[in-house]
Design a protein around this ligand. Structure first.
Ligand code: SAM
Length: 273
């Protein structure tokens, strides 16, 4: 069953996601290309993307599969999909369609797609196992599903630091969000749900990387706005400065040669029907 309170939360959070979405092509395509390669997507494929948000990786998949292929972008949150559709229109993409639908309720016919993808969405579903069972059902025999989720908390410096400092500052409990965010980060957790959903040839891997930001940039503001929209809206200028100062302190130890250098790790899992 889709989770109604999480859905309401995503409706609120979507305002900030929509505001910061690219106008057209992805501004950081590396994770999309990793997922496309892991899913084995090629020109001419018909792909279903779950929890597409504002169009990652669906827009990049539309480019990768070309005119003979197609991508169906789905999400549970309407404003997210509207933003994705606007990006696609700006790019003149005609091989992408959109369907407002939680992954737990996917109702496409059996065997329709060559591949199914999901980037940073599986952990947000109330019933991710149901989502993956649908993914398997709508795949052609031999088709592949691949997901990208977050790696361990201590290997994702930016998110973990913001979600430690900001809840303390706002005196709110975000424990459940943190738990959900890292739900599949443990070794084997994502692969286990693929196996339970009936996939064969289940595999997973960790991709470790880093993100860099200039040391004079308050790079955490985007995460604050996306994750704490309501609380941020209630702050005056002095309180904003105080929160910035706390985050600057928390990130100070990561400055190397004039840049913040932060660990960023994803886990990929895949399986075949
Ligand atoms: C962290 S965002 C990721 C969006 C996009 N895939 C990306 O990587 O930028 C998570 C997305 O999951 C969507 N979502 C939450 N619960 C969902 C569900 N049960 N089924 C489908 N989408 C869901 C949200 O609306 C949101 O767009």
């Amino acid at each position: 069953m889709p989770d109604a309170s999480a859905a309401a939360d995503w409706n609120v959070r979507s305002r900030q996601w929509v505001k910061t979405a690219p106008e057209g092509a992805s501004t950081n395509d590396t994770p999309n290309q990793e997922l496309i390669a892991y899913a084995g997507i090629k020109a001419g494929d018909h792909v279903l993307d779950l929890a597409s948000g504002t169009g990652e990786p669906a827009i990049s998949i539309a480019v990768a599969v070309g005119d003979e292929g197609s991508v169906t972008a789905t999400d549970a949150t309407e404003p997210m999909l509207r933003a994705a559709a606007k990006r696609a229109a700006n790019m003149g993409l005609e091989n992408i369609s959109f369907r407002l639908c939680p992954m737990e309720d996917i109702d496409f016919e059996e065997g329709r797609f060559d591949a199914v993808t999901c980037r940073f969405g599986m952990m947000h579903a109330g019933d991710s196992l149901a989502g993956l069972k649908h993914a398997r059902r709508v795949l052609k025999p031999g088709g592949r599903a691949a997901i990208m989720v977050h790696g361990p908390a201590d290997m994702n410096t930016a998110w973990t630091t913001v979600y430690t400092v900001a809840p303390e500052f706002f005196r709110i409990d975000r424990g459940a969000n943190i738990e959900r965010h890292y739900r599949f980060s443990e070794d084997g957790a994502a692969a286990a749900v693929f196996t339970e959903a009936g996939f064969r040839n289940v595999e997973q891997k960790l991709t470790t990387g880093e993100v860099r930001h200039p040391a004079d940039k308050a790079f955490w503001r985007g995460s604050l706005e996306r994750g704490f929209s309501k609380e941020m809206a209630g702050l005056d200028a002095a309180e904003c400065d105080e929160l910035d100062a706390r985050l600057r302190d928390a990130f100070a130890g990561y400055i190397v040669g004039g840049e913040y250098v932060l660990a960023s790790t994803s886990r990929l899992a895949r399986g075949t029907k």
